[in-house]
Design a protein around this ligand. Sequence first.
Ligand code: SAH
Length: 346
Amino acid sequence: MEKIDIKSLTIEEMTEEFASMGHPAFRARQVYQWLHEKLAARFEEMTNISKEMQKKLSERYYLISLKTVDIRISKIDGTRKYLFALEDGNIIESVWMKYKHGNSVCISSQAGCRMGCRFCASTLDGLARNLLPSEMLDQIYQIQKETGERVSNVVVMGSGEPLDNYDNLVQFIRLLSSEGGLHISQRNITVSTCGIVPGIRRLAKEGLTITLALSLHAPNDRVRENLMPIAKTYKLAEVLDACHEYFVQTGRRLTFEYSLVKGVNDTPREAKDLGTLLKGQQGHVNLIPVNPIKERNFKQSDQASIQTFKILLEKTGINVTIRREMGRDINGACGQLRKSFLESQN
Ligand code: SAH
């Protein structure tokens, strides 16, 4: 019989599983707590579970535990970047950032990505595979254990398109926010998407209270198609309609991410058009100075253009923030560290 990934089971699923093996419900709660609150990496660590039961569990289940391949610590701001190896040898990356309001972890949802955004390093080698709920969780668990500090915020903004791995993503969110687990408030979980319309609509009806971030990056379809191939499939009008629907269903205001690329999407005209485009949306714009990758010739907008863009956009009545760049000295942008690691292995 093929072993089951125990760390991906909800408490309800585990209780049912255990009942079929003849174990009472409290055993499922104990094991669930070992996995998701005490962050045990092996069945042998579960000291209130008998040796005999530990053995039975290890026969029926496998316990995902990521291996840390590398940790880089930024000298500028203490940001930590982790490279983890999955059981099958695939490599993923995650980032830990310290803010005044708490510690935030940015996780990957896929090994690689198939969305093809032009400025992004994660997508250069395509998609290797989807991550399991347990593999998304374990990035956070390993980091919390390594830093010894509680994680309070999680952003799904690392490598991969979360809505391209929909079921595993939703299961992951339920596990992460569950009692008996890390119990992170869904309000402190953000999922960023390049704009897969059916996924956004489905997520709106999921009964979750997470924040949705949309990677916008352009004020019209023409510029957006240049940067993001997905824009050819889903037009801005449809994407923004789905975003509005997300707000209506969940009451959660959105974040619109806009990476500024010199001479591509950063003119005053584009700032004004963006303001017009977002009329009636509930949310704010987060401007991100693009993090140049060596494979592409995209340059960061200069400070003056960024400030002008911000002021013009604000004049249209929209709230605007500029993302502080974290970990610039340690390959901070999506997929850059993984990519340079894979290249060094060749
Ligand atoms: N696939 C999801 C989440 C991953 S990327 C999405 O598209 O939203 C998280 C954010 O970083 C996205 O807005 C993405 O467009 C942006 N991004 C990726 N590479 C970047 C780079 N080199 N510079 C600036 N932003 C980048």
